[in-house]
Ligand binder design. Structure first.
Ligand SMILES: Nc1nc2c(ncn2[C@@H]2O[C@H](COP(=O)(O)OP(=O)(O)OP(=O)(O)O)[C@@H](O)[C@H]2O)c(=O)[nH]1
Ligand SMILES: [Mg+2]
Length: 415
């Protein structure tokens, strides 16, 4: 317990810094400490799921904002989501389609709760069919957007093939949900040598219109200072000009449940010719790997939250179960170390989940493969590969669960 308390205190110190609280008195330190220990003990004892269904604690003037993070595969959506939550609760990898279904991350600060909806990269039905991907990859981003109060569209500015045009799926999703405010996030700015290109990219991806006005280039920080001083209203949708080339109609008034469901052929054709979206209310330029750069966006979300009841208890960080966090940590390593199609053809089941008396977790996961050569690659010479994946995924789980984790992996051929 002493160790747990020590760790919780480190955690607390980090969060204190992140929140930039200037004055923390001893009783409030104790309060946070108790809350933190309470949360993690709920997590360890496998009762995390029940804490999700328990009534959220509601402060007097509770505020909430549900933010859907959408974009092309590999744009950095999960990296940004983790950074916003302040903990790594979503899998990240350099390969596409790391995120297979929508999941929620939560950060709660004072009276405000931000629910971050991380989504799979937006793709079309033919790709899903061709690569035999799960249906959740197709529909989950759309479902998340419909639930959201704000949509963040993430674009990888380091990808010179995609950075000058919003994908058709992104445009279609925005066009069918025009009633939901959206902001553009230009990500991976650290990889861009010539930063002045960001201005051209912004003009292209917004058609030169932001917040209903012709683009004025100002830094996000300056804009943030204006909100703080009350000069700019945040969280209010500005009247969006009709999307040029797409006629107004009932399709846009009633959001579609499924990709492209609400658009007629003519609308779809016009969207295909479009490059950007003129209805973004703001633009952010950042590197999601850098917590400081994400801070401005985080403040924007907090300031934009609306009065309303919280969705989760303040101690909850994600709606994923511990088992889901475990399989996604393993998956992350599979994507990292195995070539091309191998990780996409591995399925997993959690065979055992046991918490010891000393609080340590014993976990056994079985990996199923369909091909003999995949089996060999996954095990590696002398079990080197599987050992490495188990070790590193186990380490990730220790960081998330903040306890000793023994993760064992076994591999089996699926008949
Ligand atoms: N250099 C740099 N790399 C980044 C940044 N953001 C994300 N990445 C990297 O980009 C890769 C993809 O990141 P993810 O967060 O998994 O991307 P995603 O959009 O969630 O991907 P899918 O779930 O597959 O759609 C990872 O290797 C990240 O480390 C950034 O700001 N800078
Ligand atoms: Mg992802």
């Amino acid at each position: 317990m002493a160790m747990k308390l020590g760790i919780a205190f480190d955690l607390l110190q980090k969060e204190r810094n992140e929140r930039s609280l200037c004055h923390l008195y001893f009783p409030s330190v104790l309060f946070f400490l108790i809350m933190e220990v309470l949360f993690w003990s709920v997590f360890f004892s496998g009762k995390h799921k029940s804490s999700l269904v328990n009534d959220p604690d509601q402060p007097e003037n509770s505020k909430i904002l549900k933010v859907a993070i959408i974009g092309a595969p590999n744009a950095g959506k999960s990296t940004l989501s983790n950074q916003l939550v302040g903990k790594k609760v979503f899998a990240v990898s350099k390969k596409v389609h790391t995120t297979r279904s929508q999941a929620q991350g939560i950060f709660t600060e004072d009276d405000t709760q931000i629910v971050v909806l991380d989504t799979p990269g937006l793709i079309n039905a033919s790709k899903v069919k061709r690569h035999q991907l799960e249906r959740s990859l197709l529909v989950d981003p759309w479902i998340s957007v419909r639930e959201a109060d704000l949509v963040l569209v993430v674009v990888d500015v380091s990808d010179r093939w995609t950075r000058n045009k919003l994908g058709f799926e992104v445009l279609s999703c925005l066009a069918q949900n025009q009633h939901i405010p959206a902001a553009l996030v230009l990500n991976k700015v650290d990889l861009l040598k010539n930063k002045s290109m960001l201005l051209d990219i912004t003009v292209e991806l917004t058609e030169g219109i932001v917040n209903g006005k012709k683009l004025e280039v100002r830094s996000a920080v300056q804009r943030f200072c204006e909100w703080e001083s009350g000069d700019v209203e945040v969280g209010v949708t500005s009247p969006c000009p009709r999307v040029p080339g797409v006629k107004s109609g009932t399709a846009f008034a009633s959001p579609a449940a499924l990709p492209n469901e609400g658009l007629c052929k003519e609308d779809l054709r016009k969207l295909r010719d479009k490059q950007g979206w003129p209805c973004f209310q703001d633009v952010f330029m950042l590197s999601a790997i850098d917590s400081e750069e994400v801070e401005t966006l985080k403040r924007y979300l907090v300031v934009g939250a609306k009065p309303g009841p919280w969705k989760y208890h303040s101690g909850v960080l994600t709606d994923q179960s511990p088992e889901e966090i475990c399989t996604s940590a393993v998956r992350e390593r599979l994507l990292e170390y195995l070539p091309q199609e191998v990780p996409y053809n591995v399925s997993q089941t959690v065979e055992m989940w046991h918490e010891n008396d000393n609080g340590a977790l014993d976990i056994m996961v079985k990996l199923y493969v369909t091909k003999e050569n995949h089996l060999k690659m996954l095990i590696g010479q002398g079990g080197h590969m599987i050992g490495r994946i188990a070790r590193e995924a186990g380490q990730d789980l220790m960081n998330v669960f903040r306890c000793e984790v023994k993760l064992k992996l076994s591999v089996k051929m699926k008949k």
